[in-house]
Ligand binder design. Structure first.
Ligand code: HEM
Length: 166
């Protein structure tokens, strides 16, 4: 009659394996990974530490737009024809030392239309919005070309309205 011989190496190995499997079932590993998984391996098991950055669409006025000029490394916004773009990614262009830093935090419509970064292209922030009524058709077209460029490259994050509109 066959009997269970613990002295047999095969049986010993099997017994150890069974004991190991049973303790894994009774005491599963519950520790979290040391770093957040960032690649897809048959599904994510843990939530990312933080929500990815998002941009809220907001209504700005010339006065509330002005602080977003990229000073102190902050966000950089500019408006063209009522549309506000987040151009922070273009800090080299619009940051404090950038070639187009004059547009940062401002309504850049007239400068974009006339292809000029002269400061007189900018309307003082306490004045009504520039209505652009005197612009020539080719200047309006030029401005629209820039709107296309910015729409393809940056995030539209708001609209620009008169100071007393909100
Ligand atoms: C001195 C003459 C100028 C030179 C040499 C120059 C040069 C440049 C260069 C090299 C770029 C980068 C293009 C790219 O990498 O996509 C650029 C972009 C640009 N330029 Fe000029 N530019 C000049 C005048 C102007 C003027 C007068 C304006 C006024 C509106 C202007 C507005 C812009 C804008 C808005 C961009 C796009 C930046 C962006 O993609 O965020 N440029 N320019």
């Amino acid at each position: 009659m066959p009997s269970f011989d613990l002295g047999s190496p095969v049986n010993t190995a099997l017994l150890l394996y069974i004991l190991y499997s049973v303790q894994r079932i009774l005491f599963p590993i519950t520790s979290s990974p040391k770093s957040t998984p960032n690649e897809f391996k048959a599904g994510y098991s843990w939530m990312p530490k933080a929500h990815p950055p998002t941009v809220l669409f907001k209504t700005y006025t010339p006065k509330t737009l002005e602080p977003f000029s990229g000073q102190d490394g902050g966000r950089i916004l500019l408006a063209i024809n009522g549309t506000v773009f987040d151009v922070t990614a273009g800090r080299n262009f619009y940051g404090p030392n950038g070639m187009y830093g004059n547009f940062a935090g401002r309504d850049a419509s007239r400068g974009m239309a006339k292809q000029s970064f002269d400061l007189e292209m900018l309307t003082p922030v306490d004045q009504p919005l520039d209505k652009l009524e005197d612009l020539q058709n080719d200047e309006i077209d030029n401005m629209k070309g820039w709107i296309d460029h910015f729409s393809n490259k940056y995030i539209v994050c708001g609209k620009l309205v008169e100071n007393d509109a909100i």
